[in-house]
Design a protein around this ligand. Structure first.
Ligand code: CTP
Ligand code: MG
Length: 332
C-alpha cells in the first residue's frame, strides 16, 4: 500500500518504533538476574576445578552476546587447557548429576565441552550488537520474543533456533539494506598482518574485525531508517523477496546459491530424502561454513515460518489505529 494514501502512516511508524523500544526494555534481564547468573557460573567453575584444575567455564549464547531476554537459559562451555584430558569423563558425570538435580535459584543451563567455535560466534554476534546497539538489539530481541510467542523458535520440532533468527537479522542489515546498517566484520581489512594460527580454529577461519571501539569511531552507517521501518522491511524481505528454493543466507559472503554449496533441496524424488529435508532453509554458519544452521527446519516448519513472516507483514501493513495494538496483534 503506497504510503501517500495513508497520511497517518508516518505517525504510525514513528509510534511503532517507540513501542518496540518500550516493549523490549521491559523484557531485558534485571541487573540482579545477570549477577545471579554470574554467581552460578563461578560456583560451577569452582566445582569443576576441584576435578580438573586447568579448566575454565565460559558463558556463550544469549547471556554473553547482548541478546538475552529475562529468565533465559544460560549456555556454558567448559574448556580444559591442560594437554591430558584424563578427567573429562568424570567431569561429564559430575555435571550431568548436578544439572539433573537442578541448579540453585532455578537457573536452567546447558554445559558443553570444548565448543570453541560457539564462543567465537558469540563474540561475533556481540560485536555486531555493539556497533549499533539500539537498532540491532531492539530488532533481534523483538524477533526472539515474537518467534517464541508464535511458536516458531523450536529447532527440535522443525522450526528455527534463536541463533538462526539472529543470523537472518544480521544478514538483512549487512547485505540486504542499502545503504547497509552494519559493515561485514568478516570482510574488513585487518589492522595488522595476521598469521594463520591466530585466525584458524579446527580448520575454520574465525577471523573478524573485533575492535568495536575503533569501528564506532571510524564507521558510520548512512542508513537512517528507524527500527520500525527496518522491522517492516525485514518481514517484507523474508516473506516476499528471499528465494527459499535456491538461496543461502550467508553473513560472511552475502547471498549464495544452494547449488554452489551442494545444498540443493530438489533432488530426484525417492532418493536423498534425508538431505532434502535438511536443506529446506539454508543459513550458512559464519565460521563452520559447511554447516547449515537451519538444517533442523522441516518442510512444514518452513511453511509455518514463512506464513508467520507474511502474517506479520500484513499486520504491520494494515492500518491499525495504534501501533501498540499492532504489536499486541503481532505477538498474540
Ligand atoms: N549455536 C551454534 N550453532 C547452532 C545453534 C547455536 O553454534 N546451530 C551456539 C551459538 O553460539 C549461539 C548459542 O549456541 O549463540 C546459543 O544458541 P541459541 O540458544 O539458539 O540462542 P540464544 O541467543 O541463547 O537464544 P535463547 O535465549 O532463545 O536461548
Ligand atoms: Mg540459549
Amino acid at each position: 500500500v503506497p504510503m501517500s494514501r495513508h497520511p497517518s502512516r508516518p505517525r504510525f511508524v514513528a509510534e511503532l518504533s517507540q513501542c518496540l523500544f518500550d516493549f523490549v526494555i521491559q523484557l531485558l534481564p534485571t541487573a540482579e538476574e545477570m549477577a545471579v547468573k554470574e554467581d552460578v557460573r563461578k560456583l560451577l567453575e569452582r566445582l569443576i576445578r576441584t576435578i580438573e584444575p586447568d579448566s575454565r567455564l565460559l558463558s556463550f549464547g544469549s547471556t554473553a552476546n547482548g541478546f538475552s531476554l529475562r529468565n533465559s537459559d544460560m549456555d556454558l562451555c567448559c574448556l580444559i587447557d591442560s594437554d591430558e584430558k584424563l578427567n573429562a569423563s568424570n567431569l561429564v558425570t559430575m555435571l550431568g548429576d548436578l544439572l539433573e538435580r537442578g541448579l540453585p535459584l532455578g537457573i536452567a543451563c546447558d554445559i558443553g565441552f570444548e565448543n570453541r567455535l560457539a564462543l567465537e560466534n558469540t563474540r561475533l554476534l556481540m560485536c555486531y550488537a555493539m556497533i549499533d546497539p539500539t537498532r540491532v538489539r531492539t530488532l533481534v530481541l523483538f524477533l526472539k520474543v515474537w518467534s517464541k510467542r508464535r511458536k516458531i523458535n523450536s529447532p527440535y520440532t522443525g522450526t528455527l533456533s534463536s541463533y538462526g533468527y539472529v543470523l537472518l537479522v544480521i544478514y538483512f542489515l549487512v547485505h540486504v539494506k542499502n545503504p547497509p546498517v552494519l559493515p561485514n566484520l568478516q570482510q574488513m581489512p585487518p589492522l595488522r598482518p595476521i598469521s594463520k594460527e591466530d585466525t584458524h580454529l579446527g580448520g575454520h577461519n574465525t577471523w573478524f574485525f573485533d575492535d568495536v571501539e575503533l569501528l564506532r569511531q571510524r564507521w558510520h552507517s548512512e542508513n537512517t531508517e528507524t527500527v520500525a521501518e527496518l522491522l517492516i522491511d525485514f518481514f517484507r524481505y523474508y516473506s516476499r523477496d528471499f528465494l527459499y528454493n535456491t538461496s543461502v543466507v550467508s553473513i560472511r559472503a552475502g547471498l549464495l546459491k544452494k547449488e554452489s554449496k551442494g545444498w540443493q533441496s530438489e533432488y530426484p524424488p525417492g532418493r536423498y530424502n534425508d538431505a532434502r529435508e535438511r536443506n529446506r532453509l539454508c543459513i550458512e554458519d559464519p565460521f563452520e561454513t559447511d554447516y547449515n544452521v537451519a538444517r533442523c527446519v522441516t518442510k512444514d516448519g518452513l511453511y509455518t515460518i514463512r506464513g508467520e513472516f507474511m502474517r506479520a507483514g500484513r499486520v504491520l501493513a494494515g492500518r491499525p489505529e495504534r501501533a501498540i495494538m499492532a504489536l499486541a496483534d503481532l505477538c498474540a
